[in-house]
Design a protein around this ligand. Structure first.
Ligand code: SF4
Length: 435
């Protein structure tokens, strides 16, 4: 599954975080890291080996290190060096379920991804996140206390006609809501399959949290745009009668899109797409980007799709890629080894900000990985870094609202049901596809 390959001569260019960004338990590791003379692999690996190798010996085959494709700096390469796996959010979510012998799972990515692993984990599997401050900004605008009051109003009006489809970028609490309402979870690689499945079973769907993925998926399925209603950007309490067009517009619609978005992906425009196309480049884009940019592009898809396109492009190809900046940089390195040129879609003269990376995910850095593994080996890991289904983390204060055992079991059953529906839909589609 892992597709990155460590090159010994690549510099490690993780941005250093200030010391006061670290939890107290992690500061000694950060102080040592910041005092290293440079960030070359030779220096960083020698330092990391001192913590990672004893932990690997201690836990043996029970340890599993994971990172997402978007991880900043070269954490993906570090994870791979130590026998871990780098994947997209769908593949990550399956890791505990598919590897029951792995009892200690350490994830370097955002919190909802670790929680998705925990939802499908067995009772004897522990999931840890190296930095609990790593939240997804799209998910931050769709906390359960924001979504539930709106869902309740819609459910009161439409009853069982309505189900929830929750993108993977949601808390376990919203995944459980999807399960309870007869809906399912989806990822960017399978949103079209899951939304189609949901709309065959329910007259109305509330899609959370990404309006752009919702619009792109509806377009891909050929759904009537007149029956699509984008809810306002979440600010305060929404009364459903206050949406544009009022209750009549709500009644006409069959797809309600929550108004959150990813700051990394909303920057892409059709002008950027045309800039590259006019110069002979092929443009590929992630579906968390606005519909107009996706429609102008030559191809759209999940990170796995984008990576495959670089792997399969003939030498001499030129690809402009609209997605997260660290991922594009890794794709550039992959392409360079194959004679394929890759540029970031936003790297155009008329856009001041260069294509940015996922800043929150990048909060998982080498000192967090070293510290997490060393603290686990010593038996003194901070509970804040332990991820259980249903946890609600405040990424600023680091307070963790944890359900009691009965509540957690109920939530896990509902959230697992929504994820298993997704897996069934995807596996069903694979089984039916021509070989
Ligand atoms: S890139 Fe955007 S959607 Fe993905 S984890 Fe980061 S903030 Fe969330």
């Amino acid at each position: 599954m892992t597709r990155f390959h460590l090159q010994p001569d690549l510099p490690l260019c993780q941005t250093d975080l200030p010391l006061d960004w670290y939890q107290e338990e992690f500061r000694p590791y950060a102080e040592e890291y910041l005092a290293l003379p440079d960030r070359t692999p030779e220096t960083v690996f020698r330092w990391l080996d001192g913590y990672v190798e004893p932990a690997r010996r201690h836990f043996g085959d029970a340890l599993l290190l994971l990172a997402h494709f978007y991880m900043g700096g070269e954490i993906v390469k570090l994870v791979e060096r130590y026998g871990g796996a780098v994947a997209d959010s769908y593949q990550l979510a399956l890791q505990a379920r598919d590897n029951p012998d792995k009892r200690v799972i350490v994830e370097s990515a955002v919190h909802f991804m670790a929680e998705a692993i925990a939802i499908l984990a067995g009772d004897d599997q522990e999931v840890w996140i190296t930095n609990p401050k790593a939240g997804c900004t799209m998910e931050l605008l769709a906390k359960d206390h924001m979504v539930l009051p709106v869902y309740d109003q819609l459910a009161e009006r439409y009853g069982d006609e309505l189900c929830v489809v929750a993108y993977m970028n949601t808390s376990g609490r919203l995944k459980a809501l999807a399960g309870k309402t007869g809906g399912a979870v989806c990822t960017s690689s399978n949103a079209h399959l899951v939304l189609e499945w949901a709309m065959q079973r329910h007259e109305r769907v509330l899609f959370v949290p990404d309006r752009h993925l919702g619009e792109n998926t509806a377009h891909r399925l050929g759904l009537d745009p007149e029956k699509r209603l984008v809810l306002p950007e979440p600010r305060g309490t929404l009364r459903i009668e206050d949406v544009d067009g009022g209750l009549a517009a709500l009644d006409r619609a069959d797809l309600y899109l929550w108004g959150s978005f990813c700051g990394v992906h909303t920057i892409f425009t059709p002008e950027m797409v045309r800039f590259w196309q006019e110069r002979g480049w092929r443009v590929l884009i992630h579906p968390e980007s606005p519909l107009e940019a996706v429609l102008a592009a030559d191809g759209q898809g999940s990170t796995t799709y984008l990576w495959q396109q670089v792997e399969e492009a003939p030498a001499g190809s030129r690809i402009a890629m609209g997605t997260e900046g660290h991922f594009v940089r890794n794709a550039q390195l992959l392409g360079a080894r194959r004679g394929v040129e890759v540029r970031h879609l936003a790297d155009v003269p008329f856009f001041a900000q260069a294509g940015c990376g996922c800043a929150t995910m990048s909060r998982n850095d080498p000192p967090h990985l070293a510290g997490m593994l060393d603290l686990l080996r010593r038996g003194t890991p901070p509970d804040t870094n332990r991820v259980l289904a249903g946890d609600m983390i405040d990424e600023i204060s680091l307070s963790r609202d944890r359900l009691d055992t009965d509540e957690r079991e109920e939530l896990t059953a509902d959230a697992r049901c929504s994820m298993e529906r997704m897996i069934d839909v995807v596996e069903g589609a694979v089984a039916q596809s021509p070989m």
